[in-house]
Design a protein. Structure first.
Ligand SMILES: Nc1nc2c(ncn2[C@@H]2O[C@H](COP(=O)(O)OP(=O)(O)OP(=O)(O)O)[C@@H](O)[C@H]2O)c(=O)[nH]1
Ligand SMILES: [Mg+2]
Length: 618
């Protein structure tokens, strides 16, 4: 019988339900260790693509922004059929800001593939996702990836992973982890480094050997805990999760056990399972399978869908609190509305409300005293990704300086602190240590090997804002920096702000080469020639600590044509183009980033010199 063909109505378990063997796995790793690449090849070799399908690389990174940045932002489900198994695969994001999403994903899988780069070894996010997996009792399969890289040190890396398991208090059975070596990019897996292999068969075999198919719990009470959310204009919120027990079917009356403990009646109006890259609508889904269920408008993460007669909710999932906040303000710059389609407060509100449907760690509150919203999230990337999506959709918005969210715990002021892991050529270590010291960082470990210094620091999130740009400069782009939220700690005291002032345009108009040529002696410019500027817009960083109002539009006087050396060609240093994240890290309290579909500008909140004089910075 075809899968899901048995029509199920009412709450009785189906009589002739075809049980298939189901295994659910998540692919977890530090950023860039090759999760999505491996998923690609698992899909290919699992026959997810038809003969005529055009196969795009990294097909799971389906969002424009993901393709552009080469990172996974949202975890995504897919499945393959291999032998007589259905394997649901969840590709997860590796960036620390999305760590809590990965944590939730782990609740719906039976095992994880822990990918580790054979050269880089375990990194902060490896540790984070591993510790969460171990705590949930999962038995990871370790995949040493990128063994084709020059400088791979697979065996050493396995030792490091073993130590990490020990440090994280893995059980004996978890410590006995299987290892598979991979070149994900070529779709090859091996049991031993020296084996010859042309496909991922050793990995598939290891999965089957290690992970028993989901047990038949179809006679148990219905349980589906929501691990992820999606949104669809037609059916509204979609809950994604595993049918832990029982059978879920379309049109079934259910109850939802809410976060506050209430049981609320509801009905499933649409039910899908994951087949290959697609979602396929089904009448019913068997226990163990991952499903997308629609029909409960305000269902949220961690809540359980239960049977009406015999509700057995699963323990709630914690939702991590935001650590960083920014103001999303209505654009009131002189250029407002020129480049975007959606600019009003209402537009912003509707867009942010839509985001709240699925963006779990996000918090939105109206601002008092200004048109706009206070938007809080799990980190800079979390919020800047949202801004980047909004500008692509045609929104204009102004953003205020990111601020960490302080908490009072037992009467004490606490702030978020991150763990930073840094690798730099030895000669740059001194500068980095000095800079982190100024930022109230605390060195936890320092090792030097083969000309590379590795530093482990605990640094307040506050201190890391704006650090990356400085770090890149200080290490001439040769340093590697990773950081992720660790915990709240006692407030560390003042941290000095940006040292340099800015160059502010005092004029409206278009920038002129002549003016810029003179200005570039005063600092680093953010604009090239022929750029429209307004009074109050920031056009560069001042080499000195004070702000300075300048005229970037000034043309050369054309009167004295015969003056000696008059046509000396003007050579301008190329302007510094700040990315959105860099711009957000750069601005001070009295400044804003103006984000439109076409441009990222910096400005002073107070546009004229007079206003700024009347409202001096503290
Ligand atoms: N040399 C080599 N490169 C690989 C291999 N696997 C992946 N890569 C490369 O590593 C980079 C990152 O791969 P992704 O699959 O996007 O990594 P990811 O873990 O999904 O990254 P995030 O989703 O951003 O956390 C890409 O440039 C891949 O081509 C491999 O086996 N060997
Ligand atoms: Mg990825």
């Amino acid at each position: 019988m075809a899968r899901g063909a048995a029509a199920v109505t009412g709450v009785n378990p189906p009589l002739y339900f075809y049980m298939q063997k189901i295994i659910n796995i998540a692919i977890i790793a530090h950023v860039d260790h090759g999760k999505t690449t491996l998923t690609d090849h698992l899909l290919r070799q699992g026959g997810a693509f038809g003969e005529r399908d055009e196969i795009t690389e990294l097909v799971m990174d389906s969002e424009d922004l993901e393709r552009e940045r080469g990172i996974t932002i949202f975890s995504k489900n897919c499945s393959i059929h291999y032998q007589d198994y259905k394997i649901n695969i969840v590709d997860t994001p590796g960036h620390a800001d999305f760590g809590s999403e990965v944590e939730r994903v782990l609740k719906m899988v039976d095992s994880v593939l822990l990918l580790v780069d054979a050269k880089e070894g375990p990194m902060p996010q490896t540790k984070f996702v591993l510790s969460k997996s171990l705590k949930l009792g999962l038995r990871p399969i370790v995949v040493i990836n990128k063994i084709d890289l020059a400088g791979q040190r697979a065996h050493k890396v396995i030792d490091m992973i073993f130590d990490l398991f020990v440090k994280l208090e893995a059980t004996d059975s978890q410590l006995d982890f299987p290892v598979v070596y991979c070149i994900s990019r070529e779709g090859i897996a091996k049991y031993n480094m020296e084996d010859k292999s042309t496909d991922l068969k050793p990995l598939f075999e290891t999965i089957f050997k290690q992970v028993p198919p989901y047990p038949d719990k179809s006679a148990g009470p219905l349980q589906l805990q929501v691990a992820n959310l999606k949104y669809d204009d037609y059916v509204g919120r979609i809950a994604i999760g595993r049918v832990t027990s029982g059978t879920l079917s379309k049109n079934l009356n259910i109850v939802v056990s809410r976060r506050d403990g209430r049981l609320e009646p509801g009905k499933i109006i649409k039910l899908s399972v994951f087949e290959g890259l697609k979602q396929v609508e089904v009448e019913s889904a068997q226990c163990g399978d991952l499903v997308a269920a629609a029909g409960i408008p305000d269902i949220t993460i961690g809540e359980t869908i239960c049977s009406v007669d015999d509700p057995h909710p699963l323990p709630l999932l914690e939702i991590d609190e935001p650590t960083l906040t920014m103001g999303f303000l209505v654009n009131d710059s002189p250029f407002a509305g020129k480049e975007g389609k959606f600019v009003t407060n209402r537009h912003l509100r509707e867009r942010l409300e839509r985001e709240l449907q699925t963006n779990v760690g996000l918090k939105v509150e109206p601002l008092s005293g200004a048109e706009g919203f206070k938007v809080s999230g799990r980190g800079e990337l979390h919020l800047s990704i949202l801004l980047e999506q909004m500008r692509r959709e045609g929104y204009e918005v102004q953003v205020s300086q990111p601020k960490v969210i302080l908490k009072t715990i037992h009467g004490e002021k606490m702030e978020p602190v991150e763990q930073a892991i840094i690798s730099v050529p030895d000669e740059f270590a001194g500068a980095v240590i000095e800079s982190l010291g100024e930022r109230r960082g605390l060195m936890e470990e320092m090792t030097t090997k083969h000309g590379t210094t590795t530093l482990i620091y605990s640094v307040p999130t506050r201190g890391l804002l704006g650090f990356r740009a400085e770090f890149i400069m200080a290490t001439r782009g040769e340093g590697i920096l990773h950081h992720s939220f660790a915990r709240y700690e006692r407030f560390k005291g003042e941290i000095s702000k940006r040292q340099n002032g800015v160059l502010i345009s005092g004029n409206n108009g278009q920038t002129a080469s002549y003016a810029l040529n003179n200005l570039q002696e005063r600092g680093s410019l953010f604009v090239g020639p022929g750029v429209k500027v307004y009074e109050g817009m920031i056009v560069g960083e001042n080499a000195r600590s004070k702000d300075m109002t300048v005229n970037p539009t000034k043309e050369k006087k054309q009167t004295n044509i015969r003056a000696a050396g008059a046509d000396e060609a003007i050579r301008l240093t190329p302007p510094i183009k700040l990315t959105l994240e860099q711009a957000l890290e750069f601005i001070d309290e009295d400044e804003l980033v103006e984000v439109t579909p076409k441009n990222i500008r910096l400005r002073k909140i107070h546009l004229t010199a007079l206003q700024r004089e009347r409202n001096p910075r503290e």
